[in-house]
Design a protein around this ligand. Structure first.
Ligand code: ADP
Ligand code: MG
Length: 492
């Protein structure tokens, strides 16, 4: 076993209907500390039968939760946020251990998680419909009603934060939820479920089934008793989930990958651009769907920007998340193989390795901050999401070329522009095929701003009030005020 911490139990059960229960076949799997490659603890491995139980519990709990006074629902959800803040150190320690990220980044994720509960709590009693003018003979209005059971299938890069991003709006809208966290990082979701209970969320309204994509995730996304699915993860898995959902005509909200361009013009403040881009590719060891994976820089400032980025990359100290280094390991052996494989691909494709590329000796899934220059946008390292600390730098001559390169990928999640010309920034932002555009900054989205992808980067929006649309369906009610009007029904 790895180094035990005060926050981690010897083993964990599934959280279903407000109770901790073992998997139907008693199965467990280990979750690993990516800095040591050792098992942290054992977690129950949900079967399809367990998913059935969780969905049934959510179905059963749903009507009473839906009918709870909205202000009361809001208070309970706000209380979750308060408890997340009160347990900040513990939640961050768990996340850092299980996922590998530096402790300070884990704390910032926890703060963001608390914010989701606080932000959406205030919306609980403001989910208003509209009244539609239909003339003197009728009254027509809309109600915004919850779907029922919301399935949340979450990834391993921001496990606790993304639990909050989905569960908070789902609950506020009056849905019950079943969460299937990623198998690499189940621990923070289990602790958050406990906090939901402590905050007063009724039994069955939040359920957590730890387990693998197949069978647990697949059982959830193909379940007849699930009314809406929220998924964050890779494009291939998103496609599988969408196909499974189609059999039940279940709506999906998908937040998938990115290959996000940071476009740097000659009039940009290069120190600032380098600072943002560095943060945007190496935070969380590059395992962020909205990372700046591609720098698209004007040839006249290419060398100067690259020098600054290389200096930053080379100053990184790698270490175990709990020691709060500059950068932790990547999450798993599989991810380590994938990322180092792409470094090899970049070399073979003829790109120039300007920084990093190596892996430190010793245990742990560590990859150095890596920068490739002389990248052509047709190369795989410019087209495919690496999801690691690997940056591809592409140079351009004209603004039209910059836009073409920026958009010439299957993805369209986020994009950034660095320039001091405000007109150019606005014009370029219009041309970008991306759900979020950052100007002279990166990660400009907040809990309040809608977030999601164009093209293969997804369907629907997380965050902001717009995210509530994924958790509410519209019912229109038409009331007749005219007597004898059935005599004059409209013809077919
Ligand atoms: P990665 O390949 O980087 O691990 P995924 O997109 O496959 O990322 O995983 C994101 C989430 O989707 C995880 O919770 C995972 O268990 C789940 N998942 C994987 N495969 C499936 C599937 N076929 N059906 C439903 N969920 C799945
Ligand atoms: Mg782990």
């Amino acid at each position: 076993m790895g180094v035990p911490t005060q926050h981690v139990a010897d083993s964990y059960d599934l959280y279903i209907d407000g109770a901790w229960v073992s998997a139907s076949d008693g199965g467990h799997f280990a979750t690993v500390d990516p800095a040591t490659e050792e098992s942290i603890t054992e977690v129950a491995e949900a079967t399809a039968e367990d998913v059935d139980r969780a969905v049934a519990a959510a179905r059963e709990a749903f009507p009473a939760w839906r009918d709870t006074d909205p202000d009361e629902r809001g208070r309970i959800v706000h209380r979750i946020g308060e408890l997340v803040r009160e347990n900040r150190e513990e939640l961050a320690a768990i996340e850092s251990l299980d996922q590998g990220k530096p402790l300070s980044q884990a704390k910032s994720d926890v703060d963001g998680a608390a914010r989701y509960f606080e932000y959406y709590a205030g919306a609980a009693d403001k989910l208003e419909g509209t009244s539609v003018p239909v003339g003197a003979d009728g009254i027509d209005f809309t109600l915004r009603e919850p779907y029922g059971v919301s399935a949340q299938i979450t990834p391993w890069n921001f496990p606790g934060n993304l639990f909050a991003r989905g569960v908070a709006p789902a609950l506020v809208a009056g849905n019950a939820t079943v969460v299937k966290p990623a198998e690499q990082t189940p621990l923070s979701s289990l602790r958050l479920a406990e906090l939901c209970e402590e905050a007063g969320v009724p039994d069955g309204v939040v359920n957590v089934v730890t387990g693998f994509g197949d069978p647990a995730g697949a059982a959830l996304s193909s379940h007849e008793g699930v009314d809406t699915i929220t998924f964050t993860g890779s494009v291939p898995t998103g496609q599988v989930i969408m196909k499974q959902a189609a059999d039940n005509v279940t709506p999906v909200t998908l937040e998938l990958g990115g290959k996000n361009p940071a476009v740097v013009f000659p009039d940009a403040d290069l120190d600032e651009a380098a600072r943002w881009i560095d943060r945007a590719i190496f935070t969380n060891a590059g395992q962020i769907c909205s990372a700046a994976d591609r720098v698209v820089v004007h040839e006249s400032v290419h060398d100067e920007l690259v020098d600054k980025l290389v200096a930053r990359a080379e100053s990184y100290e790698l270490g175990r998340g709990s020691d709060d280094p500059d950068m932790g390991p990547v999450v798993s052996a599989e991810q380590f193989e994938k990322v180092t494989g792409y470094v090899e691909v970049g070399r073979e494709e003829g790109a120039t390795l300007a920084a990093g590329g190596g892996t430190p000796d010793g245990e742990g899934y560590f990859v150095e901050p890596t920068i490739f220059t002389d990248v052509d946008n047709d190369m795989r390292i410019a087209q495919e999401e690496i999801f690691g600390p690997v940056l591809s730098v592409i140079s351009f001559e004209t603004e039209a070329e910059a836009l073409e390169v920026a958009n010439d990928v299957d993805y369209g999640l986020v994009a950034g522009i660095f320039t001091s010309d405000v007109t150019r920034a606005h014009q370029f932002a219009r041309g970008l095929e991306a759900g979020n555009v950052y100007v002279n900054q990166w990660f400009g989205d907040t809990n309040q701003t809608p977030f999601g992808g164009y093209k293969q980067s997804g369907i629907g929006r997380e965050k902001g009030l717009e995210a509530l649309d994924s958790y509410l369906q519209t019912k229109n009610v038409a009331i007749n005020l005219a007597e004898g009007s059935s005599d004059s029904l409209p013809g077919a």
